[in-house]
Design a binder for this molecule. Structure first.
Ligand code: BG6
Length: 513
């Protein structure tokens, strides 16, 4: 059988997405994200030959004084977190030959000068041709100083076309409300052109989230029923069984509404509900997402009381193991009102979705880790089996499992074999693992490669950030005015009772996952 590498056409396609020689600088390279996600993803891309042999990685952080110690810590991280394990010693050695570090502070111009020199040395010694990707993997308070530092050190070229490229990847959270996001965007635009800015949301790198576009717009049978005439309501869930995992201090400044809903959930809500883009191109896709985000009905403070629920986990147990309350986690202030669970009822005021509720829920310390989108279709209009003893039929349901067990299932009614007409729901399933014989790659692999090749389709544009924060800031305003009390739920339960009441008021219930 021919290998992928024997097929010139396929090989050509792979080449199109191979990164050019360049330097990637990670700010905050001593941190958790670099070790758990970024470097394991880079190592996988390198093994797949999607990075050039001369790929150069410079870690920048105050503590990075010893190159060998830095390389060793990255190797240990790959041993633990890389998708391909065990790490191949020869491949690692080639990858590590391009890794170095600069110790510095994000506010000292002389440290940026040293970084600039290290980048230029790489151009001379490793042929990296002036191409730069700056990756901000730091806490958000450092984003603005780094952007100014890069600008003042003359490390940002703004040419487009044939010259070397300079790009910046900015991690979340991008702002903590509408005003701060706007201020950050303004700073970034002082130094970078919007086309150079890649605001990352790792959910968009997940295969299942990308497949939403192919599912909706690469098939003809779903789109005609993807609207208010056929869809009764839509449910979006991001449930996690983990707590705040030592990030209590960060979580106190965020809460789940900002940590998960403002970015990840609004991103996949927009892909689920947007109109068809004219092409699979960055701006065509992002234009549609922005339109959709702008059509979500704003939630004024009064509406937050009836359309949102916020919760915080109390002590409980996950899979039989006792776990402490959020309020007892390190870094959490006593009497904290931070949300670790949120449920929202949203409406999209456009022709396609008028009147269809979108229920969103996200929570920490729920019984299991599962993210999915569930499209609930309207019930059959006429019950012709009533005389045979069937008083109700279950409406069709399409569930798109983002993780784990990535796949799509369609539930429909079926006759139970036998002489009587007995009806029960059955499932038609697609699973990535079974159909493609492989697990999807890590989201960060896809997104880092996209930023290296300069494809912003799966990154968030400044106007999307604005639209998302506008909605979330409105919800928070209602909360801050005291209209939505924080409800306790036991760790290991599916959120507070009030979240069930939110749907029960509409005669509905959350899906049992
Ligand atoms: C991050 C949040 O963005 O996403 C975390 O800050 C959360 O709180 C994580 O746990 C979830 O990501 P994933 O890929 O594990 O679903």
């Amino acid at each position: 059988m021919a290998e992928a590498g024997d097929n010139p056409l396929r090989e050509g396609l792979r080449d199109a997405r191979r990164a050019d020689p360049g330097v990637m600088v990670i700010f905050g390279a001593s941190g958790d994200l670099t070790h758990r996600k970024l470097v394991p993803a880079l190592y996988s891309l390198f093994c797949d030959r999607l990075l050039p042999e001369t790929f150069t990685l410079i870690g920048f952080a105050r503590s990075l004084r010893d190159r060998q110690a830095f390389v060793d810590s990255l190797r240990a991280a790959c041993d633990q977190f890389a998708r391909r394990r065990p790490v191949d010693a020869a491949a690692w050695q080639r990858f590590a030959a391009g890794v170095t570090c600069v110790a510095g502070s994000f506010t000292r111009p002389e440290d940026f000068a040293a970084l600039k020199q290290a980048c230029e040395a790489s151009d001379r010694e490793r042929g990296t041709r002036g191409n730069r990707l700056y990756y901000l993997a730091t806490p958000p308070a450092s984003f603005e100083p780094i952007v100014w530092g890069l600008g003042s050190a003359g490390m940002v070229d703004r040419p487009f076309g044939a010259g070397p490229s300079t790009r910046i990847v900015i991690e979340k959270p991008f702002g903590h409300d509408l005003d701060s996001a706007r201020a950050l965007n303004a700073t970034v635009h002082e130094v970078f052109d919007e086309r150079q800015v890649f605001r990352i949301d790792h959910y968009l790198g997940k295969e299942t989230v990308q497949n939403l576009l192919v599912f909706r717009f690469g098939n003809s049978i779903f789109e005609p029923i993807w609207n208010r005439r056929y869809v009764d309501f839509v449910e979006l869930t991001v449930a996690e069984s983990i707590g705040v995992e030592g990030r209590g201090a960060y979580f106190e400044t965020a809460g789940i509404l900002r940590d998960i809903v403002q970015n990840h959930m609004l991103q996949f809500l927009s892909l689920t509900a947007m109109e068809a883009p004219v092409a699979f191109e960055a701006d065509a896709v992002r234009d549609e997402k922005v339109k959709l985000l702008r059509s979500i009905r704003p939630m004024p403070p009064g509406a937050a009381a009836t359309h949102s629920v916020r919760g915080q986990y109390a002590a409980g147990s996950i899979l039989g193991v006792p776990v402490p309350a959020y309020a007892e986690e390190p870094g959490v202030s006593p009497g904290s009102e931070t949300d670790t669970y949120v449920a929202l009822k949203l409406f999209i005021d456009n022709w396609r979705w008028a009147g269809v509720p979108f229920y969103l829920r996200a929570g920490k310390r729920l019984p299991k880790r599962v993210s999915e989108i569930a499209i609930h279709f309207r019930p059959a209009p006429h019950l012709m089996f009533r005389d045979l003893g069937t008083d109700s039929l279950q409406p069709n349901l399409l569930s798109m499992r983002i993780q784990p067990d990535e796949g799509i299932a369609l539930t429909f009614e079926s006759k139970v074999p036998g002489p009587a007409v007995r009806i029960r729901p059955v499932n038609m399933e697609f699973r990535y693992g079974t159909s493609f014989g492989q697990e999807p790659p890590e989201a960060y692999e896809r997104l880092i490669l996209d930023s290296l090749v300069g494809d912003p389709t799966l990154f968030t544009r400044s106007d999307e950030i604005d639209a998302a924060w506008r909605l979330i800031t409105g919800v928070r305003r209602g909360w801050e005015e005291g209209r939505v009390p924080v409800r306790a739920y036991e760790a290991g339960a599916w959120g507070p009772r009030e979240a069930d009441a939110l749907l029960a008021a509409d005669g509905r219930a959350w899906r049992r996952l």
